[in-house]
Design a protein around this ligand. Structure first.
Ligand SMILES: NC(=O)C1=CN([C@@H]2O[C@H](COP(=O)(O)OP(=O)(O)OC[C@H]3O[C@@H](n4cnc5c(N)ncnc54)[C@H](O)[C@@H]3O)[C@@H](O)[C@H]2O)C=CC1
Ligand SMILES: O=C(O)CCC(=O)C(=O)O
Length: 448
């Protein structure tokens, strides 16, 4: 038996080694598994019968990989790779977004799908875990090419999804526009108007507050973290990364709550707003990045710093909210957070902190809100969109926002109470609370 040195619990160490031996090259997936295992020793010490359940949970129920062939506007053929990993359906239909980005691999989709199992469980709603996407690069493509690609992608995906089977949504590179093209293609192929995707436009079954939900939910979660320590957002300086869906609505809610937002970023660098971004500037970033699909290097306001991440800004600040992509806070970045006297990190993006960075947060007593809990607001409102679609009605903005607030509060409370029971931090508590619900369901449903 090969046992990893990281674990005191020998069986858990052996399980990690066997997961690694199966897919030694899937480094992002292994990083996500390791992050969970490292926080869960107390659970398996107390309940060893759950170890075989974890072994099953690490292996997706089904993985689809398919060819997506399409023609550009000049008639040239292209071939991309499409994926859908249907990871776990113990507590509901597979649910999770689709990512269109050139860096997409099976390892990326598996890490995202694995995390989605725990996250969806925390939302309190009946959703299993899944994720999909393609290595298609939307950058520089015309609208017609994007529509053509989405139709080609859905032509295959439509054979494997359904409102009670698997309900995808957006992620990086997939906005309501792409969701709309895919929804139209599904309808054309199946002759059915059903809620097979969430994050739709309002006119055909989308939910109010879904576009805002991940960012708003993140800020509601941080509010819970602050209030738990008798603190608030008033006067807090916040560095935000990203300039897409999650980052924009995070910044919007932060301004509403009286915080100062110092930065926004993309892969070209970051913009530093020394006095804090104004509402007008935020609208301008949104138009420039989301509507016009521009780069921040061409943005006219604030101070642009090329090729850097925002964590090393030349000032002290209180909170860091990574909202762009995975592994955007590495060890050296985390050291910069310590130097800037940051007190709290909460993750809007999925797995934005490396394990070395997380170790630095814990060592320096930086409060840490992990992605599976902190960014669960998006998928939670997707769950509410599914409920509205099934009932064939739509709820008001206020109704959805109130439900979102309630869900983020309950995620915080569940994570905190598991952390207390197992004598660990909020990160561990979120993993444990998310896992236990799925594990009990898997036990009750028998081995398969
Ligand atoms: N949209 C949603 O509802 C949810 C998204 N997430 C996660 O949030 C993160 C952002 O997603 P969205 O805002 O939806 O995507 P998006 O496509 O709207 O925006 C992504 C942003 O990240 C930036 N970015 C991408 N790669 C980068 C890199 N290598 N370096 C620096 N910046 C980079 C892009 O320029 C863009 O500003 C992702 O990790 C995603 O998985 C998590 C939960 C739900
Ligand atoms: O709304 C959804 O189903 C997708 C959300 C998602 O992909 C995520 O939480 O990372």
């Amino acid at each position: 038996m090969t046992v990893s040195k990281k674990y005191n619990n020998q069986e858990l160490g052996a399980l990690y080694e066997s997961v690694k031996a199966r897919d030694p090259d899937q480094k992002e997936f292994l990083q996500a598994v390791e992050e969970v295992f490292e926080t869960m020793e107390p659970v398996f010490d107390k309940r060893p019968e759950l170890l075989p359940v974890m072994a099953r949970l690490c292996e997706p129920e089904r993985m689809l990989q398919f060819r997506v062939a399409w023609r550009d506007q000049k008639g040239k053929e292209h071939v991309n790779r499409g994926y859908r990993v249907q990871f776990n359906s113990a507590i509901g239909p597979y649910k999770g977004g689709l990512r269109f980005h050139p860096t997409v691999t099976l390892s990326i989709i598996k890490f995202l799908g694995f995390e989605q199992i725990f996250k969806n469980s925390l939302t309190t709603l009946p959703m299993g875990g899944g994720k999909g996407g393609s290595d298609f690069d939307p950058k520089g493509k015309s609208l017609i090419e994007i529509e053509t690609f989405c139709q080609a992608f859905m032509t295959e995906l439509s054979k494997h999804i359904g409102p009670d089977t698997d309900v995808p949504a957006g992620d990086i590179g997939v906005s309501p526009r792409e969701v709309g093209y895919m929804f139209g293609q599904y309808k054309r192929l199946k002759n059915q108007f059903v809620g097979i995707l969430t994050g739709k436009f309002l006119q055909f079954g989308g939910s109010l507050i879904r576009p805002e939900a991940t960012g708003y939910g993140l800020v509601y979660f941080v509010k819970e973290m602050l209030e738990d320590k008798g603190d608030s957002f008033e006067g807090k300086k916040v560095a935000v990364s990203g300039a897409g869906n999650v980052a924009i609505y995070t910044a919007e809610k932060l301004l509403e709550f009286g915080a100062t937002v110092l930065t926004m970023s993309d892969s070209s660098g970051y913009v530093y707003f020394e006095k804090g971004i104004t509402r007008e500037q935020l609208t301008a970033v949104d138009t420039h990045k989301v509507a016009n699909r521009g780069r921040l290097s061409d943005f006219k306001e604030g101070k642009f710093v090329e090729g850097e991440r925002p964590w090393g800004i030349d000032t002290k600040y209180d909170i860091a909210l990574p909202c762009a992509t995975q592994n955007e806070i590495e060890e050296a970045d985390a050291e910069k957070l310590v130097k800037a006297e940051v007190k709290l990190v909460a993750e809007g993006a999925n797995m934005p902190s490396t394990s070395e960075a997380i170790a630095i947060y814990h060592k320096n007593k930086i409060e840490f809100g992990p992605a599976k809990a902190a960014n669960a607001g998006g998928v939670a409102v997707s769950g509410l969109e599914m409920a509205q679609n099934s009932a064939r009605l739509s709820w008001s903005k206020e109704e959805v926002d109130e439900k979102l607030k309630g869900i983020m509060k309950s995620i915080f409370n569940a994570s905190k109470s598991a952390a207390k029971e197992y004598n660990t931090h909020l990160q561990g508590g979120a993993n444990i609370a998310g896992f236990l619900k799925v594990a009990e369901a898997m036990l009750a449903q028998g081995v398969f």
